[in-house]
Design a protein. Structure first.
Length: 143
């Protein structure tokens, strides 16, 4: 089951998946607390096992008027490859569409590119490095 959650609730999944070995403070993203930002959690038997956040942040590389950035997408390792990530992305996409999005973009880790391509996202530009995390690609989907 997917439902809206608070930014702080995302930390229990953000830390082990996206910020492993780093302090809990590193799980806070700029814009987490904005009214326009929404956080979604996937629950199984009452336990939060997957998360995604949607930020109303445009990327100047795109000319779309109403853009959203998907960020902090993560599923706990022992629950990956079960379709949970796909459900979270679909839920986030539906939320963005309700808010009249015409484009969703994000910085995808190199290892996640294939996952997002299966969901209809395209690579934009060349790979780039995010310090202490690794190679990333900008990916997007138009609506």
């Amino acid at each position: 089951m997917v439902k809206e959650i608070s930014a702080t609730e995302t930390f229990s999944v953000r830390q082990p998946v996206l910020r492993a070995g780093k302090p809990i403070e590193s799980c806070h993203f700029d814009g987490d607390q904005l009214d326009s930002t929404k956080h979604f959690g996937y629950f199984e038997n009452g336990n939060l096992i997957g998360i995604a956040s949607m930020f109303a942040i445009p990327n100047t590389a795109f000319d779309s008027a109403n853009q959203f950035q998907l960020r902090g997408m993560a599923v706990l390792p022992n629950h990956q490859k079960k379709g949970i990530g796909e459900q979270l992305v679909a839920y986030a996409e539906n939320d963005a569409k309700k808010r009249n999005a015409d484009l969703i973009w994000f910085n995808a880790r190199e290892i996640a590119v294939g996952f997002y391509q299966k969901l209809g996202y395209e690579i934009f530009g060349k790979p780039f490095e995010i310090a202490d995390i690794g190679p990333h690609y900008i990916m997007f989907k138009r609506f």
